[in-house]
Design a protein around this ligand. Structure first.
Ligand code: CP
Ligand code: NVA
Length: 307
């Protein structure tokens, strides 16, 4: 199936072959940006954010402009959505003006409704359930650093959140093993685990869940963590810190149980001293700035193929 016009709400909607196409396109554009500087010429992309963002917001805006397109930011609170206009009426309107909608939402259902109501591609810029742009650009980063994806092992330490969910789907599709260490009650959603395990039977990757970080990082090529308190969960922050600390903090000590050349990844923003120590995030194993940079490269590859 062609990628043109497709919504990008979750990696689960794409075959491994299609996901590789996004990575290859991103690499191709990065190598020769000039050749793609008119790729989105005459196209308009709306950026709508119901929650804060730094990386996603700016990397999309820069990506669209580097490809010769135009962006329009629709401030959620200044739009008619804030006065009760439905998301599907918004979608039906926007498709008449623009060529793509990039939206960060509180509730994943909002994205599904937006995608169903408009014929133009809708991109998930993060929801409570998934963060597919983040995960796909992370696979681009891992591929650049390790030279392959299949057969690697990623250890996730911390909250089984939206980023974890998208990495789960991606690992299962690309053939990486993924081991998740989280406290009881913070596991990824069952529906996501089930889906990932289904995809893993095709790629041959192993998905495992444990409450012990040391077990999760055994033989790991990548240790990945994220905030213990995602956007929308701020009221639980104190309880979460008690439930996660000190056991689920990524420390230098934890790296002793992983592979020698194991790298550290974090989607950012980070809460230094909570999910990760300064020593790790600023240390030689950390590739967080290269990881953040690749968000831009991936957004270009993604938009180039779907818009
Ligand atoms: N990682 C990420 O999506 O960052 P922002 O929230 O700053 O967009
Ligand atoms: N899990 C985090 C990711 C931020 C980019 C959140 O949803 O807040």
């Amino acid at each position: 199936m062609s990628l043109k016009g497709r919504d990008f709400l979750t990696l689960a909607d794409f075959s491994a072959k299609e996901l590789w196409k996004f990575l290859k396109e991103s690499l191709k554009i990065e190598k020769n940006l000039k050749n793609f500087s008119r790729k989105l010429s005459g196209k308009f992309v709306v950026l709508m954010f119901e929650k804060p963002s730094t990386r996603t917001r700016i990397s999309f805006e820069v990506a669209v402009k580097q490809l010769g397109g135009n962006t329009i930011t629709l401030n959620w609170r200044e739009s008619q959505l804030s006065r009760g206009e439905t998301i599907s009426d918004t979608g039906k309107t926007l498709e008449r003006y623009v060529n793509c909608i990039v939206a960060r939402v509180k509730n994943h259902e909002t994205l599904i409704n937006l995608a169903e109501s408009s014929k133009i591609p809708v991109v998930n810029a993060l929801s409570d359930l998934y963060h597919p742009c983040q995960a796909l650009s992370d696979f681009l980063t891992i591929y650049k650093v390790k030279g392959k994806l299949n057969g690697l092992k990623l250890a996730w330490i911390g909250d089984g959140n939206n980023v974890c969910n998208s990495l789960l789907i991606g690992c299962a599709k690309f053939g990486l093993d993924m081991s998740i260490a989280c406290p009881k009650g913070y596991e990824p959603k069952n529906e996501v685990l089930k889906l990932a395990k289904e995809f893993a039977t095709v790629s041959g990757s192993k998905i495992e869940l444990t409450s012990e970080p040391k077990n999760a990082v055994k033989d790991a090529d990548i240790i990945y963590t994220d905030t213990f308190t995602s956007m929308g969960f701020e009221a639980e922050k104190e309880k979460r810190l008690k439930d996660f600390l000190p056991k689920y903090q990524v420390t230098i000590e934890l790296f002793k149980y992983a592979k020698k050349n194991c790298i550290f990844m974090h989607c950012l923003p980070a809460n230094r001293g909570e999910e990760v120590t300064d020593e790790v995030i600023d240390g030689p194993r950390s590739i967080i700035w290269f990881q953040a940079e690749n968000r831009l490269h991936l957004q270009r590859g993604l938009l180039s193929l779907i818009v």
